[in-house]
Structures are given as C-alpha cells and as structure tokens.
Design a protein around this ligand. Structure first.
Ligand SMILES: C[S@@+](CC[C@H](N)C(=O)[O-])C[C@H]1O[C@@H](n2cnc3c(N)ncnc32)[C@H](O)[C@@H]1O
Length: 267
C-alpha cells in the first residue's frame, strides 16, 4: 500500500510542504529533477559528517554477497595477483577479502574516520604519507593501500592503472550531474581490457532519495558505452519487507549487477 509520503511525491506536492508535513529532513534529494534544485546535494562535507555522526547504515559487517558470488567474473581464472580499485570504499571488508585472495587492493575514501577505522578496527598496521591531494594509508602486513581524498582527483600518478574496479554503492552515491566526471575518473585508471563489477539501485522513479540514487542499467550503458561493453549479470529483486526497502521506505527495489569490459584500443 502507498504511504502518504509516496502519494505526496507521486502527485508532486511542492517539496518544502512535503518535507514539513511528513518529516523528511536530511533525507532526500532528486537526481536531476526539479526537486534536486530545491534540496542541497550530497557534498564531501555531508559524507564526512555522516561518518562523524555514525550515520553509515550501508556498512556491512560481512563481505558483499554479490562480490563473493561474482568473484569468478573478476578473477577470470587467475588465482590472485590482480590490481583492484575499490572507489568510495568506506571501511568495507571487501578490501580485506580481496587482499586475502592474493590481490593488490587500493581503496579511495574521503573520510579519514572511515579509513582510520578500517585499519584500527581490523588491527592492520600501517604507515601514511601525503601525496598530492591524497593521504595514502599503506598496510605493512598485506598489499593494501587506501587513498584518503576525493575520488575525482584519481589519476595514474597516484594509483593504478588497475585490472579491475569493484564499484559497490559508489556510482549511486555520486550526484547525477557529476556522473560523467566520475566515469572519466574511473576510466582514467582502468587498463585497456580491464573489468568493472558494479552494483546499482533501481526503485520507484517518483521517489528521490539523497542516497542511494537510482542508477538504471540503461544509464550505466549510456555512460560507459563508448569505452566499455556493458552486460547485466543479474537483477536482484528486493521485496517490500527487505531490510533495504524498510530502511528507505521503498515499496520495492532492484539491485542490478553489471559487468563492464573495457574495449581494447584498435591500432
Ligand atoms: C554509500 S558509501 C559506500 C561505501 C562502500 N562502498 C560500501 O559499500 O560499504 C559511499 C562512500 O563514499 C564516500 N565518498 C563520497 N563521496 C566521495 C568522493 N568524492 N571521494 C571519495 N569518497 C567519497 C563516502 O564517505 C562513503 O564512505
């Protein structure tokens, strides 16, 4: 059944009224629609603040099940030794799991709290150095680096090029009008023939969350088509009573899993 919030949105009640009447403070913004002009977009300070205040409900205490299930696509028969980038990594345990499989792993994350917790909570010894716009945290007991800074500053003078990118809850956290720039940053550090495993979110189009934004496979295809072959591996359907739908008050949601192969340059 539709809640008053969905009904309000579906009929486009002016957003300030909607916000006041149904308590949406600090939650929602559009992704290129008229509403997104009214509410502030997510910015770097907003993300840092989420970490300061512990508003990190997306963080999982396990390895992402999609990564575990689809690791074969990434590894493609090789038993380790890949260079893997995890953009906007938070303090995801995926980084450690990929390391444990013998890969060289690099994360990028804006929040120094997230990066600090990743290392200290998992008792990983590290050193850190300043390098241009990044502070680079380097584990001394495994092949793990985390660049603390803005993902838009990525280029091969700081890290990469990489064989693989694991884009998990990352492109969906980028404001709609920054997506092309984000794709450019990712591709600037991905090798020719490199692969991207990506998950996004799709949900009722009339609902505009601040995060995660709705990014359909069609949008991904459009953003990457010039440089990558894009394939939808799976559409994971989350029912109304799933934790994700309940948390965001969504009637349904789909988590598409995409696999992108960067085209080789024709000489
Ligand atoms: C939704 S969380 C996902 C974290 C992780 N990928 C996961 O699935 O647990 C998005 C993360 O991106 C970080 N972030 C947001 N904008 C960023 C930027 N421009 N550069 C680097 N990190 C950023 C946030 O601090 C946050 O930790």
């Amino acid at each position: 059944m539709l809640t008053s919030r969905y009904i309000a949105r579906a009929y486009l009640v002016p957003l300030d009224k909607t916000k006041r009447s149904i308590g949406m403070a600090d939650r929602d913004v559009g992704d290129g629609t008229a509403e997104s002009l009214i509410l502030p977009k997510e910015d770097l300070n907003g993300w840092r603040k989420r970490w300061e205040e512990g508003r990190t409900a997306w963080h999982k205490t396990t390895v992402d099940p999609v990564l575990e299930k689809r690791i074969g696509l990434i590894e493609d028969g090789c038993g380790g030794g890949l260079s893997i980038l995890v953009p906007m990594c938070g303090r995801s345990l995926d980084l450690l799991w990929l390391c444990s499989r013998g890969h060289s792993v690099t994360g990028v994350e804006i929040s120094s709290i997230a990066v600090g917790e990743l290392f200290t909570d998992n008792s990983i010894p590290f050193t850190s150095i300043e390098s241009g716009p990044f502070t680079i945290y380097k584990a001394t007991d495994r092949d793990l680096n985390v660049l603390c800074g803005d993902v838009f500053n990525l280029d091969t003078s700081y890290a990469g090029p990489f064989d693989v990118i694991w884009d998990c809850n990352a492109i969906v956290a980028i404001n709609a009008d920054d997506r092309e720039r984000y794709v450019k940053a990712e591709l600037s550090v991905l090798k020719e023939g490199g692969r991207i495993l990506m998950t996004t979110w799709v949900y009722e189009q009339s609902i505009h969350l601040r995060f995660p934004l709705c990014v359909s496979p069609e949008m991904v295809e459009k953003l990457f088509a010039a440089q990558c072959d894009v394939r939808v591996v799976e559409n994971i359907v989350l029912p109304n009573d799933s934790h994700f739908c309940q948390r965001h008050e969504l009637p349904w949601a789909i988590r598409p899993v995409l696999f992108l192969n960067r085209k080789e340059l024709v000489q």
